[in-house]
Design a binder for this molecule. Structure first.
Ligand code: PHE
Length: 451
């Protein structure tokens, strides 16, 4: 099968496509809003620790499992686990569930971004006034037809791109536009940081108040670290399966992590100074970015034009991430059930669209549909980020640490001895065998209030 699989065509292409999966609404939308609702700087500290100690080793090993098996997330464990241990394929199936739950709300938020492109051009969100910004956002999300229409535009578009295939579709889109997004974020930061009263936002982001750290906050930080690096559900495994044999996996993972982190930090520095300068609420939740970013643009010359460009780039970043998530069910269905990529895409998009309805109507028709006090939008997010991804992470660690083993890990991560990174591999092994799974387990039990 492996010789027929499509794959990335250059080392740089691999880096950019992986980055295209990692950088998305997680950086621009979720990171700022969760930092805002969970206490600012102290949350950032926990998030950084979670990324280094928990997420990075999982990322390296997950990519490695993909490249070693050259298969989708279910088949990978079938190939790599001993014959009598097929239960490891559960990791792949959990990933399938995560992919559907995440896309049910993620494509909707991407839809909001698309809608905001047009709103920027029409001037209707050109304001620094918190009440006006909130009214504009609420009007959009509480209108059922608007919310669903944009989600379907996004889902349809992503489906078409996926049908074109891996290297052509994903690489081409991701390669060109990431640097531009980066530049525009830098511009936003400069404007935001030079607003009168901006320093209160900097303080919020960098002066930690550790009393704000609770068990659920820590679990949220871990979940965010997984979500942002696209790990724990087979996305990175699937991408790893398209990696070139000579790609340096630990180096690629580290670079992607650092780049992903810098985009988030830029987003934080673009948003929080403005939040305090204009009197927004840092704990506004999912609406935070959609209210604050327009305010920053409204306070610079040619704001409407730059704002439209910003939302176009954010939409493209979101699309890169969406494509990587969609690739999980599509690769799985086409390789395991022999469906054509086209049929697999259509089925996936259909199921996601179905789950998307209650998620996107959470501010209107289905606002009262609640489970554990969460509406469908928040519930899908909670189950995927705070339960399924960390659980997937634990299982990946246990598989690599106790079943796959050090000799194989060494062989894979050193590219059969060509890379001189033995020390690093030993450290990764100790982490995934003992440290990371224990940390995640404790955090999950405490964060979910089970212990
Ligand atoms: N990492 C992406 C983002 O930050 C989202 C994502 C989650 C992508 C899970 C793939 C898998 O936007």
């Amino acid at each position: 099968m492996s010789q027929n699989r499509d794959g990335f065509t250059s080392t740089f292409g691999v880096l950019v496509a992986t980055l295209g999966s990692a950088v998305g609404l997680g950086n621009i939308w979720k990171f700022p809003y969760l930092t805002g609702t969970n206490g600012g700087a102290s949350f950032l500290v926990v998030y950084l620790l979670a990324t280094l100690l928990v997420a990075l080793p999982v990322m390296m090993t997950e990519i490695m499992l993909g490249r070693a098996s050259r298969a989708n997330a279910v088949t990978a464990f079938e190939k790599l686990a001993p014959k009598n241990q097929k239960f490891w394929t559960v990791i792949g199936y959990m990933g399938l569930v995560s992919a559907i739950l995440i896309l049910a709300f993620y494509t909707g938020v991407a839809g909001w971004v698309f809608a905001y492109i047009f709103k920027s051009l029409s001037g209707s969100i050109h304001s620094t006034d918190p009440a006006t910004a909130k009214a504009a956002f609420d009007a959009m999300v509480s209108n059922p037809m608007q919310a669903l229409f944009w989600q379907w535009v996004v889902l349809g578009g992503a489906g078409v791109i996926i049908m074109l295939g891996v290297s052509k579709g994903i690489e081409a889109v991701a390669k060109k536009l990431m640097p531009l997004l980066f530049l525009l974020l830098v511009l936003l930061c400069i404007r935001s940081l030079t607003l009168p009263g901006a320093m209160a936002g900097v303080e919020f982001l960098f002066a930690p108040d550790f009393s704000k750290i609770t068990a659920p906050v820590v679990l949220t930080a871990v979940g965010l670290a997984f979500f942002k690096l696209s790990i724990g559900m087979g996305t990175m495994l699937t991408y790893g399966s398209y990696f070139r044999q000579e790609q340096n996996i630990p180096a690629t993972a580290t670079r992607v992590m650092l780049a992903d982190l810098s985009v988030s930090m830029l987003a934080g520095l673009a948003i929080f100074p403005a939040v305090f300068a204009f009197g927004f609420e840092p704990s506004a939740g999912p609406s935070l970015v959609f209210m604050t970013i327009p305010a920053v643009f409204a306070s610079m010359p040619l704001g409407n034009v730059f704002m439209a460009i910003f939302f176009v780039l954010a939409a493209i970043a979101a699309t890169g991430a969406i494509l990587s998530i969609l690739e999980v069910p599509v690769a799985m269905m086409s390789e395991r059930f022999g469906f054509s990529r086209k049929l697999a895409t259509l089925i996936s998009v259909g199921i996601i669209g179905l789950f998307g309805v209650p998620a996107m109507l959470s501010s209107s028709l289905t606002a009262d549909w609640k489970l554990f006090g969460l509406n469908a939008f928040d519930l899908f997010d909670f189950i995927s980020s705070n339960i399924l991804l960390p659980l997937g992470g634990i299982l990946i660690c246990l598989f690599v640490g106790w079943v796959y083993g050090l000799p194989q890990l060494k062989k894979q991560l050193s590219n059969e001895g060509q890379l001189n990174n033995g020390l690093l591999i030993n450290a990764v092994f100790v982490l995934v065998r003992y440290v990371t799974p224990i940390i995640i387990t404790v955090i999950m039990l405490r964060g979910l209030g089970l212990f």
